[in-house]
Design a binder for this molecule. Structure first.
Ligand code: GLY
Length: 317
């Protein structure tokens, strides 16, 4: 019997799915392409999928373009609260943190929980854990950029619609999109050994209540990875993604659909079942890539051994 072909290393990165304005589109496209190149550098040097995901996500956490780490949106109390997670497809291991305020890289904190005593820590407990692990911390104000401070003031003055779905909406009849990133960042990678990892990091939705947890740190919703099937990471309106279990749904479709079809099928299902507004990136266990979204735009970049440079989504859908 013919042996199956060896797994092809590949990586796909997203930087949010929402009504990204024209004047922010270039920065989003360049940011995801940079992150994708960093992750590919790890894979091309025979590195592990988990390290590739870390390379991409931590770069995006430091890029103020995106709603993760520096550049995160503010809660209605005027502070940054972040969620992050990583999933290891070898054993479905998960590490996650939620509602953290001073951990410089929420993703690194999540990874430090992978294969630890607990899957997820939140708030003060997560902060204490990060300090015990020797992870870098900073002031909450260090995550706040001027764009988000202005948005917060506008929101307080009632100038921005309170409906968190507004910024993701594609419907002409929907509320007008508000400006600024709502872009969770995420990455899925497969290495030469066929190991799949998925991860993400986010500041959540602007004006969220303190203590709100979105899809990003929740396995099955914001991310999924299983070497036997594939991996996925999601972005967009977290409440819809959570109700849909979008990442798990997308990966389930890989049983009888291509990676690209699996992505679109899961988005269509979410649209029909919960009126969600989101995007998903997906990798199958053979290294095939897919993505789908029902928002006006999604920042996506991918790379594999067949390409000379990371592919980045074009100017139009
Ligand atoms: N998708 C990010 C969030 O809703 O928190």
């Amino acid at each position: 019997m013919d042996k199956p072909p060896p797994p092809r290393p590949a990586v796909i990165v997203h930087g949010g799915a929402w009504a990204i304005p024209d004047d922010e589109w270039k920065a989003h496209r360049e940011g995801v392409a940079r992150a994708c190149a960093a992750a590919w550098g790890v894979l091309a040097a025979n590195g592990a999928a988990l390290d590739a995901v870390e390379a991409a996500v931590t770069l995006l956490e430091e890029d103020p373009t995106f709603d993760a780490g520096v550049g995160s949106v503010l809660t209605r109390d005027g502070v940054v609260e972040m969620d992050a997670a990583v999933m290891d497809g070898r054993d479905r291991g998960v590490g996650a943190v939620a509602c953290v305020r001073t951990i410089r890289s929420p993703f690194r904190a999540a990874r430090s929980l992978l294969h630890a005593e607990h899957v997820m820590l939140m708030g003060e407990g997560a902060e204490r854990w990060a300090r015990e692990q020797g992870l870098a911390t900073c002031d909450n104000a260090d995550f706040v950029v001027e764009r988000e401070r202005r948005r917060f003031e506008a929101m307080r003055a009632g100038a921005v619609p309170a409906d968190p779905r507004a910024a993701f909406d594609r419907r002409p009849s929907g509320p007008p999109p508000t400006r600024g990133p709502r872009g969770t960042v995420g990455c899925v990678a497969i290495d030469r050994g066929g190991n799949i990892a998925a991860g993400g990091s986010t500041g959540g939705t602007p004006g969220k209540r303190s203590g709100r947890v979105g899809d990003t740190p929740i396995p099955g919703a914001g991310l999924w990875a299983d070497n036997r099937e594939g991996g996925a990471a999601c972005t967009g309106w977290g409440e819809g993604i959570l109700r849909m279990g979008l990442a798990r749904t997308a990966v389930s479709h890989l049983r009888d659909a291509s990676a690209q079809d699996a992505a679109w099928l899961s988005i269509r299902e979410m649209d029909a079942r919960v009126s969600g507004l989101a995007g998903v990136i997906i990798l199958s266990r053979d290294g095939s890539i897919g993505f789908g979204f029902n928002t006006p735009r999604m920042a996506v970049s991918y790379m594999d051994g067949e390409l000379a440079d990371p592919w980045v989504i074009g100017n139009d859908r």
